[in-house]
Design a protein around this ligand. Structure first.
Ligand SMILES: C[S@@+](CC[C@H](N)C(=O)[O-])C[C@H]1O[C@@H](n2cnc3c(N)ncnc32)[C@H](O)[C@@H]1O
Length: 194
């Protein structure tokens, strides 16, 4: 197994990175008032966003490379009685063969995972009228670390989605809401035109 994914397995096995199964901003605000539909949670980890969405009545496809993370999610979903709404899959999102079905999801989430080639897939996978919601760490504005494979450049996410011609419902860049994280976060909520 890939060394990085083995480390994620170890973290989830220790109970790290569970975030008390509380969703990160901006997901709660992004879905408030929406009729639940089909969501995709990319790199779901231990499933805090997938579980939150399932509790709000969404059906969720949740994908991660960590088997331990997926098992944690399913255990918690079972405990909360929402496992029937979550379809979980272990898979490598960085594999060249990884593809998403076009126009398939009312909502695609990407929280704290960056693999730039995925953006083109996300763009296709959201249904017309559907949402892309993300929060991803960003390098310091000083640009001391640019370019970085797992950190966005300042302004990168907003510019990317703006370039798709989608309505940017929310965009924010600043101190991370994840306590103790040294990198800032870029948040986006964007709607694909109908
Ligand atoms: C920072 S965690 C974020 C987890 C979750 N989205 C959250 O916000 O709690 C990053 C996640 O990416 C997953 N990951 C890293 N590389 C991956 C890959 N190549 N394919 C699938 N998942 C991967 C890890 O297993 C981990 O669950």
């Amino acid at each position: 197994m890939d060394e990085r994914l083995r480390k994620w397995d170890e973290k989830f096995a220790r109970g790290d990175e569970l975030h008390a199964f509380a969703p990160s901003m901006p997901l709660p605000d992004a879905i408030r008032g929406l009729a639940p539909g089909l969501a995709l949670d990319l790199a779901c980890g231990a499933g805090r966003h997938a579980i939150y969405l399932a509790e709000q009545g969404w059906r969720v496809q949740a994908l991660d490379g960590s088997r331990v993370g997926i098992d944690r999610m399913l255990d918690e979903a079972r405990r909360r009685g929402v496992e029937g709404r979550i379809e979980a899959r272990v898979g490598d999102l960085e594999s060249d063969s990884f593809t998403l079905e076009p126009d398939a999801f009312d909502l695609v989430c990407d929280f704290y995972f960056l693999h730039r080639p995925l953006f083109a897939q996300i763009r296709r996978a959201v249904r017309p009228g559907g949402l892309f919601v993300a929060a991803i760490h960003v390098e310091d504005a000083a640009g001391s670390e640019a370019p970085h494979s797992f950190l966005l450049a300042p302004g990168e996410l907003r510019a990317l989605v703006g370039g798709w011609g989608w309505e940017v419902v929310h965009a924010r860049e600043g101190a991370s809401s994840e306590t103790g994280h040294r990198h800032a976060t870029a948040e986006i909520v964007a709607r694909r035109p109908r």
